[in-house]
Write a protein of this length. Structure first.
Ligand SMILES: C[S@@+](CC[C@H](N)C(=O)[O-])C[C@H]1O[C@@H](n2cnc3c(N)ncnc32)[C@H](O)[C@@H]1O
Length: 195
């Protein structure tokens, strides 16, 4: 694993989720929440979970924060940062679920440099995911779906399971894609408890 992905400095203390949320509920991390529609939806419908969103765009993160405040959600937080950097400092087996939904509108070859779903990211997701936890990946771009799936499948502790259809339509991008008649591609992976 490259130093960029796993820098040689201490990870966060073991208690970081408790310090952030003030309780010990399971934690789901959403990468790239955009305007935060999905975050609001799941945080409202699953009050026994905590939701932590990581959004690279500062302006969008600010919108998500306003949405969290307006809906008075005590179980949701947003951080403005590149997900790769945040993942690098999260502890092994410390997250119960990841959501990655329509991560890259710039999936074309010329944008390859900026792609979120890479083999390095899949390795980090698998490391940080708790055994028994799941990663949900959705995109409307078939070619990108294949790239993301190949990266996730190459992690031997991840197995593909069925995807919850309700969660697939809860984001603004999902609704836009459905309206335009585009097919959605979704895959969910569970981390095996043993090697
Ligand atoms: C196409 S939007 C989709 C937003 C939302 N998930 C939805 O389905 O409506 C992709 C979002 O992912 C964010 N994003 C892309 N790469 C990221 C990264 N490396 N770290 C954090 N956020 C990222 C973008 O800033 C953008 O807000």
């Amino acid at each position: 694993m490259s130093d960029l992905f796993r820098p040689n400095w201490s990870a966060l203390p073991e208690t970081y989720w408790t310090e952030i949320f003030g309780d010990d509920r399971p934690v789901a991390v959403e990468i790239g929440p955009g305007l935060g529609e999905f975050l609001e939806f799941v945080a409202k419908h699953q009050p026994d979970w905590n939701f932590f969103a990581v959004e690279r765009s500062r302006a969008r993160a600010a919108t998500v924060r306003r949405r969290i405040d307006a809906a008075r959600l005590t179980n949701a937080r947003v951080l403005s940062a590149p997900a790769e950097c945040v993942l690098a400092i999260l502890r092994d087996s410390s997250v119960d679920r990841f959501y990655i939904q329509f991560p890259d509108p710039w999936w074309k070859r010329r944008h390859k440099r900026r792609r979120l779903m890479t083999p390095q990211l899949a390795t980090q997701l698998c490391r940080v995911l708790r055994p028994g936890g799941a990663i949900e990946f959705i995109t409307d771009v078939e070619e990108y779906y294949d790239v993301g799936r190949a990266a996730l499948r190459s992690e031997r502790r991840l197995i593909e399971i069925s995807t919850d259809p309700e969660l697939q339509t809860a984001t603004s991008f999902a609704r836009k894609a459905i309206k335009r008649g585009w097919k959605l591609h979704a895959a969910t992976y569970r981390k095996l408890a043993v090697d």
